[in-house]
Ligand binder design. Structure first.
Ligand SMILES: Nc1ncnc2c1ncn2[C@@H]1O[C@H](COP(=O)(O)OP(=O)(O)OP(=O)(O)O)[C@@H](O)[C@H]1O
Length: 322
């Protein structure tokens, strides 16, 4: 007899209830028009008792994108789900994937506020999680990076992590749900596409186990943040002259986070890579001084962090040490 608990709709409903705290909160679904988010749209509107609306971001980076957004709008109209297409007010430039992602989440947050939605829901699934973890592993990431795609990050929630991509595609086929395929998902120019192709030949790691590992690492990252909150209140002081750390005999994982907080207190938004941060901490431990971004850092009994004049041609997060 089929197990009702393994039914994708039941699993997604359970994940949504856990992520939202069980209330019938208003949800804004982020629907690109691909099979993952179209399956999510259909599953959530069937299984969720609270208000549901949907948004598609037309990044205007490909000629087909307006037609894809229109397809989602038409489908939403046919199932009586309110839908909005969101467009950036200026062309997306620079590192296109990363700039598109930043713009997308900003537009979605604005649309959620307008729609009165408490949560933005994306369709990241278990195969996405494994790909992300392996890409981070290939870069030597630590706990935060390997925690990969968070099931909950601020107001963004991801209830489809409990499902495989193949289940979502099967669902679309079974329910005759239309979808589009983004051609960039087939371009070998992207690391993710190459990783996906490699994983197609390699079934040693079960994506569902990767989801469990990532969730365990996310718990560890949250626990470290919690400890650092209470330590920082005792040992990290900020003022007009910058930030200082009066104690630094911490285990490495805590010290890295405390130093990150000092840096961010001086230069908001700075996110040094693990290796640069490790080199800085070695330098400070040896009583030396170094620069990360625009922050001058000095070791000694108390570590000091202060804004330095921007260096000509400085590359942001690189580090110079003395
Ligand atoms: N153009 C879009 N409009 C609305 N939602 C989108 C759009 N693109 C992506 N999303 C949402 O984000 C999810 C993940 O998409 P995708 O894997 O393409 O993003 P990514 O850039 O690789 O990951 P991330 O969103 O974590 O940065 C989709 O399933 C969908 O819910």
């Amino acid at each position: 007899m089929p197990d009702a608990n393994n039914d994708p709709l039941t699993q997604v409903a359970g994940a949504l209830a856990a992520l939202t705290g069980g209330r019938d909160a208003a949800l804004l679904l982020a629907v690109s028009g691909g099979p993952d988010s179209m399956a999510m749209l259909d599953m959530v509107r069937r299984g969720w008792a609270g208000p549901v609306s949907a948004a598609t971001v037309d990044h205007r980076l490909r000629p087909e994108s307006a037609g894809e957004a229109a397809m989602v709008a038409d489908y939403c109209a046919s199932i009586a789900v309110p839908h909005v297409t969101l467009c950036p007010d200026a062309p997306i430039t620079g590192n296109l994937q990363s700039a598109a992602r930043t713009t997308r989440y900003r537009l979605l947050a604005q649309a959620a506020a307008r729609a009165g939605a408490e949560f933005i829901v994306t369709a990241h699934h278990a195969d996405d999680q494994l790909e992300t973890m392996l890409m981070r592993l290939a870069r030597g990431s630590g706990v935060d990076g390997l925690a990969a795609v968070r099931a909950k990050n601020g107001q963004v929630i991801r209830p489809m992590l409990c499902l495989r991509k193949a289940e979502l595609e099967r669902y679309c086929a079974d329910q005759a749900i239309p979808f589009v395929r983004d051609p960039s998902n087939a371009s070998p120019d992207f690391d993710r596409v190459r990783m996906r192709a490699a994983l197609g030949q390699f079934d040693v790691v079960d994506p569902m186990q990767a989801v469990r590992s990532a969730a365990a690492l996310a718990d560890v990252a949250d626990a470290l943040d919690w400890m650092v909150d209470s330590e920082a209140a005792q040992v990290l002081h900020t003022g007009p002259g910058g930030a200082s750390l009066i104690r630094h005999d911490y285990p490495a994982a805590l010290l890295r986070r405390l130093v990150q907080r000092c840096l961010q207190a001086v230069q908001p938004g700075i996110a040094p890579r693990g290796e640069a941060l490790g080199r800085l901490i070695d330098t400070l431990n040896a009583g030396g001084q170094g620069m990360i971004g625009d922050v001058l850092c000095r070791g000694g009994a108390t570590w000091h962090f202060a804004r330095a004049p921007a260096r000509h041609g400085a590359g942001g997060e690189g580090m110079a040490t003395e």
